[in-house]
Design a protein around this ligand. Structure first.
Ligand code: BTN
Length: 275
């Protein structure tokens, strides 16, 4: 039997926000459908520094993922949310921002009842080696050291067998937040927790950069100590993952030496005997 769809509700989402996050939220837009929540915010006037404009929807017709990929989520089953925010110090904030967002998403999912959530550098949200969500950070303007960004987050909250098949046809191995929860999770609780944790993290990030979140990120790092293949266009590098540095670069131990990588697509390689 199929579950009834829980539609997004501003009232239920706002309930999850602490007073500080409520103050920092300028606008929360909930749409039935849109091309992409991130495309919409990228085209809108940016909010003043220290406050956020947020767009979320039941359905995206042209959801965008990293590296030009599509982001697919059936009506009312996932969570697609974008947040527009301004940073005073772009150089400090931007390189590792997507890792900080991963920490905020993990905090929100655990607070909503999910267990065993991990992060795959740079910005995949994982459950048992499968992708539950992703983060797309886009910079829309940089001037005088400041930067305006749009942070897009996509989460598979519930996934039907048909949706899993459709997404996995593109090569990804996916899971739903529901797989990581004992009781069926609420999209509104997750959306509210996500917004609350994201706004708190952005304030923390503005003051302390990624350094303030690095230990927490490391504890969630699903690649740490594992053999990893990093694909950068045509170039491939293979080594043992040793976390991320304070700028968010991936550290790989290759032939006994640490090398840092600022971009690329990481995948796990199995060492013989490993599962
Ligand atoms: C990834 O490739 O892993 C990143 C996926 C990001 C998808 C989200 S859904 C909300 C926002 N709107 C978009 O079009 N993309 C992001």
């Amino acid at each position: 039997m199929s579950e009834p769809v829980e539609l997004l509700s501003a009232e239920l989402i706002l309930r999850e926000l602490c007073a500080e996050s409520q103050r920092r939220l300028r606008n929360l837009e909930i749409l039935l459908e849109v091309d992409s929540t991130s495309t919409r915010l990228m085209a809108a006037k940016p909010p003043p520094r220290g406050v956020a404009d947020v767009c979320t929807t039941e359905l995206q017709h042209a959801g965008r993922g990293r590296l030009g990929r599509r982001w697919i989520a059936p009506f009312g089953s996932g969570l697609a949310m974008s947040v527009a925010w301004g940073f005073g110090d772009a150089a400090r904030a931007l390189p590792a921002l997507s890792l900080g967002v991963g920490v905020a998403v993990s905090r929100a999912l655990m607070r909503s009842g999910a267990a065993a959530i991990g992060l795959k550098w740079p910005n995949d949200i994982w459950y048992r080696g499968r992708k539950v969500g992703g983060v797309l950070v886009e910079v829309r303007a940089e001037a005088g050291g400041a930067a305006q960004v749009v942070i897009g987050i996509g989460l598979n909250v519930h996934l039907s067998a048909a949706a899993r098949l459709e997404i996995e046809a593109g090569g990804a191995r996916v899971a739903a937040v529901a797989d990581a929860c004992r009781a069926p999770p609420s999209r509104n609780v997750i959306a509210g927790a996500l917004l609350d944790e994201l706004l708190s993290m952005l304030v923390q990030f503005e003051h302390g950069g990624f350094a303030a979140l690095r230990d927490e990120w490391t504890a969630l790092d699903a690649l740490n100590g594992r053999l990893v293949l990093l694909q950068q266009g045509e170039r491939q590098s293979q080594g043992i993952a040793r976390g991320a540095d304070v700028d968010g670069a991936l550290l790989l131990e290759i032939d006994g030496r640490l090398q840092r990588f600022v971009s690329g697509e990481a995948s796990l390689r199995l060492i013989e005997g490993e599962i």
